[in-house]
Design a protein around this ligand. Structure first.
Ligand code: PG9
Length: 608
């Protein structure tokens, strides 16, 4: 979500702040123009030009659904300040149908049919705008770059499809890559209820961002009272929000989601692109890593790069980045990124400054709190090691030898596990703690009988996990569908003199969910056979983390994560958006930990 809302919420400001007026002396002039696209639709565009410049300057362009009217002067925003001091022409545009732009908004508009010369999409709008800028804004050097966070990262990536020849470089931050597999709206088939509901309303109820009028501060209660998902259209949206209707009519990984995903849209990279992700991005961690991996397969000109830092969604854009929630990183990860990675990227590609030697992959290795560079992701050198769930809540690199063994819990959709400590404020509402929930101490669910934990003894030497990871669960349910949430947790020692209040802290370093019905196919879900042990693979994506000596490694498993994820009825129905109240049932879930069914996490461990 855009930086402005984030900043307002984090600063606890309640009044509307508009940055169109410079808050102190600025070295930039501002103009607002309507630029006509090839089909006659005009897009509202704000252009910031330095008051003085010694040489022709490149453009830095971003496109957004969140409104450019209040866009900060570039030398007054931490995101762009360093580049503003170096001199660029900054351009910010309202995409079609949003704020002051004409036309119709479509959530992540599909790419046009290339056979139709009159068709438009976000790529043609980018192309037409760059063409206009080159011809109409004096003293430009004929080059353009694009940047932006999340939706604006995605519009930057769209600019790279059939790019304008003047578009030379992109720095995309947290672009979604696949809304069904791992970004804002679903994770591996599980629907992200609170985000999907609130975001669809925010973008589609009006032309400008609008918060849903909840009548409770703690939305946990509100979503529970909502009941089955079908009540959303019945009681609130009345079939009027296209994005919600798309959720409801495409519950599986069908053509709709596959066509929307980046993998289906990207050819080989034609523009140098830097992908930037945050390890604790509560919205789109999956996207930039996936976009990097997708393009990397076709990167014959070596133009595709990856950076992952210790950030939440947008954390790279502001502040120093010494801390996220309660977690300290001992260094200025955000300002270092802007100074040594973001600004040099554009200085090289758009102004010919610097040597252009950018590391292929740069990650901030948490736990050790150091930047690392690699020649590929996942890096070579790590060894796959299985970490097994064992009896008595133990976790071990040794495989179980027991002939039998399960751990069980009753999962009740009427009493779902909150995904963060309550109250669960509206995602972008006042006082919201959405922005750091992934770093929250997981002890808040420790005593729930429907959350199981397994942990190692305190480590006698550090364990470095660098690369991809997944969970392989052998599990059964008395129902006919089940969700499996897996969390990998770094447990701090009980005595922690360096920072006493962190003693015993349960810090989640990787997590995700799989909706059980998709365990064999994402396209064609199927009911689970009651009481039959099945294999469930939960992708936990990527990590670069050091579990320090004296810490423990913990794995937690649960089957509800509410209201982040909608409740699985646990009785198979073909489309959960059409489930009835009576379809929701309690179910006993069993996780096996025997020699035959050794549930485990597969980690990429770096040898010392
Ligand atoms: N995570 C937001 C988003 C991006 C794209 C589509 C839907 C939501 C965002 O921060 O822009």
């Amino acid at each position: 979500m855009r930086l402005l809302i984030l900043t307002l919420i984090l600063c606890g400001l309640t009044s509307v702040v508009t940055y169109a007026q410079a808050t102190s002396e600025t070295r930039y002039n501002r103009q607002e123009v309507l630029i006509t696209m090839r089909d006659g639709i005009r897009l509202n565009t704000v252009i910031f030009t330095p008051k003085t410049a010694d040489e022709p300057l490149p453009f830095l362009f971003s496109r957004t659904p969140y409104g450019v009217e209040g866009a900060p002067f570039p030398d007054q925003s931490p995101y762009t300040k360093i580049m503003a001091d170096q001199g660029y022409i900054f351009v910010a545009q309202d995409i079609r149908g949003r704020y002051k732009s004409e036309g119709k908004f479509e959530m992540q508009r599909f790419s046009r049919n290339p056979e139709n010369p009159k068709a438009i999409d976000e790529s043609t709008d980018t192309y037409d705008t760059i063409e206009w800028l080159l011809k109409n804004i004096p003293n430009n050097n004929g080059k353009a770059g694009m940047y932006g966070t999340s939706y604006d990262g995605w519009t930057s990536v769209m600019g790279a499809i059939d790019p304008h020849p003047a578009l030379k470089a992109i720095s995309e931050h947290a672009t979604p890559a696949d809304m069904w597999m791992g970004d804002d709206f679903h994770h591996q088939g599980a629907f992200r209820l609170s985000y999907g509901f609130e975001y669809a309303f925010m973008e589609e109820a009006a032309k400008t961002d609008t918060l849903f009028p909840f009548n409770t501060y703690d939305t946990y209660d509100w979503y529970l009272k909502l009941g089955p998902l079908a009540n959303v259209n019945k009681k609130y949206f009345l079939g009027k929000l296209p994005t919600w209707n798309d959720f409801a009519s495409h519950p599986n990984y069908d053509q709709f989601w596959q066509k929307q995903a980046l993998a289906g849209r990207l050819g080989s990279p034609k523009v140098a692109i830097q992908h930037v992700a945050g390890w604790w991005d509560q919205e789109d961690f999956y996207g930039p890593v996936k976009a990097y991996q997708t393009w990397e397969k076709k990167d014959d000109k070596h133009q595709n790069y990856l950076i992952v830092g210790p950030w939440n969604h947008g954390g790279w854009a502001w502040g120093e980045g010494r801390k996220l929630g309660n977690i300290s990183f001992d260094t200025t990860a955000s300002s270092t990124f802007r100074q040594t990675m973001f600004a040099p990227w554009f200085a090289y590609h758009l102004k010919g400054k610097g040597d252009g030697k950018f590391p292929e992959v740069t990650t901030f290795q948490t736990g050790r709190n150091q930047w690392k560079t690699y020649t590929q992701w996942p890096p070579a050198g790590s060894v796959k090691r299985n970490l097994y769930l064992r009896a008595n809540g133990q976790l071990s690199f040794d495989k179980p030898t027991d002939a039998a063994g399960v751990d069980q819990y009753l999962s009740d959709p009427a009493h779902p596990v909150p995904y963060r400590s309550r109250p669960i404020e509206q995602t972008y509402g006042p006082g919201s703690r959405w922005f750091t929930w992934l770093t929250e101490d997981q002890r808040f669910v420790q005593n729930r009988p429907d959350v199981l934990s397994w942990q190692t003894e305190p480590l006698t030497e550090e364990v470095t996990v660098t690369g991809t990871l997944l969970a392989q669960l052998f599990a059964a349910t008395t129902g006919s569908d089940a969700d499996w949430v897996v969390k990998l947790i770094d447990v701090y020692p009980e005595s922690y003199p360096k920072e006493p209040k962190m003693a015993g802290y349960q810090f989640m370093v990787a997590n995700d969910i799989l909706r059980g019905r998709f365990h064999k196919s994402f396209e064609k879900p199927q009911p689970l056979q009651p009481n039959k042990v099945e294999t469930f693979t939960v992708d936990l994506h990527s990590l670069d983390h050091v579990f320090q000596k004296g810490h423990r490694i913990m794995v937690q498993i649960q089957s509800t994560w509410f209201p982040l994820i909608d409740r699985n009825p646990q009785r198979y129905v073909p489309n959960i958006f059409e489930a009835k109240e009576t379809d929701y049932q309690k179910a006993m879930h069993s996780i096996s930990r025997s020699a035959t069914y050794p549930s485990h996490l597969e980690l990429s461990v770096m040898p010392h």
